[in-house]
Design a protein around this ligand. Structure first.
Ligand SMILES: NC(=O)c1ccc[n+]([C@@H]2O[C@H](COP(=O)([O-])OP(=O)(O)OC[C@H]3O[C@@H](n4cnc5c(N)ncnc54)[C@H](OP(=O)(O)O)[C@@H]3O)[C@@H](O)[C@H]2O)c1
Length: 338
């Protein structure tokens, strides 16, 4: 089978295609013929050296994929050949509080990922792709989709009457826009591009803010758009360089969900701004299997169609990574494997 690996971790040129044997499932394991893999910023950051955890070189990249079970090991009761499945970002986090060893099991950075023709994993590490959902669409759910779902599932979860602020038009943020609109919330979406702003509007965003044109967008959102109240939830994908703006935009009693680290500058956080915001700050790690199954039910119902910017053939996976790195995309970048 053909499998991609980042043989070294210095540049995207290190992505190399290997020929390896198709794995054989042991007890409790399944082999999936992969049809689609979606890319996340994390997959880039692993190779570009700005990922938040130490990484292992030589691994198969990518955490998010969908395909068809082709072989099952002894004792597998959950699946049979022909079943359509997608990966789970954390293969052993089924629900409840995250377990202690979770951080050491992440695909692409700590164990082999899914950018391959076949993948061996535990029967517990995949969930069903709902009928009517394509492999390409399903491949966008395990990380970006679930992260947006978890972000909006705080205490209280987002519902009608709430206001949600999303940053930029990447994979997580576009899912957050779609889910927040589905829940009946008002959505304020930032972007650096007026062209992308038009797409945000077409997805139902109520107020678009160009963060390049309005550097003090936090105060703008709070004062000009919410009349001084602030937003109920910020899906904070920017990280150290944007979190102070997010703390300005949030309302007393609201929530800033720490998701990402897209910015490279780190000006530090002001304790008095943090305390004075009156907001809860919740740092998340994608989400658990139960959340992915909940999200899959929403997508199965046809009320949310994942936004796929571009699908690249398997042989052009490096071009897919370059497309993500250029940040011209809106939503998800997908590699079609089969
Ligand atoms: N903690 C978790 O559970 C978790 C899960 C998933 C992802 N993440 C992290 O979340 C972040 C987003 O991931 P992703 O895969 O959605 O990324 P992505 O698709 O690569 O997002 C790229 C987009 O982000 C926007 N952006 C870049 N810099 C920005 C800034 N300073 N302010 C606002 N927007 C900015 C840009 O949108 P415009 O062109 O519209 O400006 C850009 O096109 C990454 O850091 C990722 O590692 C964390």
């Amino acid at each position: 089978m053909k499998t991609y690996r980042f043989d070294r971790l210095s540049s995207l040129d290190d992505l190399a295609l290997h020929d390896e044997p198709v794995p054989t499932p042991q007890r409790g394991e399944v082999v999936t013929r992969i049809h689609a893999v979606s890319l996340n910023y994390r997959d880039l950051s692993v190779v570009l050296g700005n990922y938040v955890h130490a990484v292992t070189p030589g691994l198969v990249p990518c955490s998010d994929a969908a395909g068809e079970i082709v072989a099952v090991g002894e004792g597998v009761t959950a699946w049979k050949p022909g079943d359509r499945v997608m990966s789970t970002f954390h293969p052993r986090w089924f629900g409840g509080r995250p377990h202690r060893t979770m951080g050491g099991e992440v695909y692409g950075s700590h164990q082999d990922g899914w950018l391959s023709e076949y993948k061996l994993c535990s029967q517990e590490a995949v969930v069903a792709v709902p009928p009517g959902v394509s492999f390409e669409e399903a491949s966008t759910l395990p990380c970006a989709g679930l992260t947006a779902w978890t972000s909006l599932s705080g205490h209280p979860p987002i519902r009608a009457g709430h206001t949600v602020l999303t940053l930029g038009t990447g994979g997580v943020s576009v899912f957050a826009v779609q889910l927040a609109k589905l829940f009946g919330a008002t959505v304020i979406g930032t972007t650096s591009s007026d062209r992308k702003g038009e797409v945000l509007k077409s997805l139902g965003v109520d107020h678009v803010v160009n963060y390049a044109a309005i550097p003090a967008w936090g105060a703008h959102v709070k004062k000009q758009i919410t009349g001084g109240l602030g937003v109920d939830c910020v899906v904070e994908v920017g990280g150290a360089g944007t979190v102070n703006q997010s703390l300005t935009a949030v309302r007393w009693g609201g929530e800033v969900v720490l998701v990402g680290f897209l910015t490279s500058d780190n000006p530090g956080m002001d304790y008095f701004q943090l305390k004075g915001s009156g907001a809860t700050v919740r740092s998340i790690g994608v989400g658990d299997r139960a959340g992915l199954e909940d999200l899959a039910r929403v997508v199965a119902g046809g009320r949310l169609k994942p936004v796929i910017d571009k699908v690249f053939p398997f042989g052009e996976a490096k071009a897919a990574f370059e497309h993500l790195k250029a940040a011209r995309h809106i939503g998800k970048v997908v590699v079609s494997v089969a």
